[in-house]
Write a protein that binds this ligand. Sequence first.
Ligand code: HEC
Ligand code: HEC
Length: 162
Amino acid sequence: MKLIQKLGMALMLCIGVATVSVAADPLYDKARGTTPLLETTTPPVLGNAVNDDVRRTRNYAQQPPVIPHRIDGYQVDKNFNKCMDCHSRNKAEASQAVPVSITHYHDRDGNTLEQISTRRYYCVQCHVGQENVAPFVENKFQDVDSLLLKALQNSANALKKH
Ligand code: HEC
Ligand code: HEC
């Protein structure tokens, strides 16, 4: 065997060993734990949903705001939408809820409908209640305000140095 072939084989062997050791790392989904994929996990017991009625800051302009009140028992099906019982434009005065924005009345062709669009009918597709639990994964997201503040501080520091 030529030297180059021998070297090649040795290299392949190394790669093989490296791949095996990587695959052995216990990589698992933080939400479902180490339960194998084909088995069903025992879901954690539901806690006390946040119900403090304090509207939360949105992380970015297009974020669906999170729900600051409990929603259990609210019927949303083909017959009735309990959310719209408070959140529709004409119920806002009585309920003091934030009326859904105009985007909720747009169909996919951009027409504005008189009723909530079917695209926005199932509210909890996008809006979620909150629970006081530790996040599963670390989140390093920074909103635009903190980025702007950092940029300002950096340029102030740069000016000081001169
Ligand atoms: C009984 C009236 C009522 C019902 C029913 C209701 N809400 Fe609300 N909602 C409110 C009020 C009032 C607020 C304003 C903050 C507060 O008081 O909790 C609010 C706030 C919100 C907000 C925050 C808006 C923002 O700009 O921060 C969202 C999102 C929301 N509700 C979604 C829903 C969804 C989804 C449902 C149905 C599953 C629902 N609500 C059912 C009264 C209601
Ligand atoms: C497909 C995703 C989606 C669905 C479904 C949806 N929303 Fe929204 N919602 C959003 C987004 C995105 C925003 C923020 C930008 C905007 O107004 O479009 C928002 C904004 C809101 C706001 C704040 C309005 C404002 O002017 O500050 C309320 C209240 C709300 N939604 C309630 C509801 C309710 C109640 C339903 C069900 C009838 C619903 N949404 C269904 C995505 C959705």
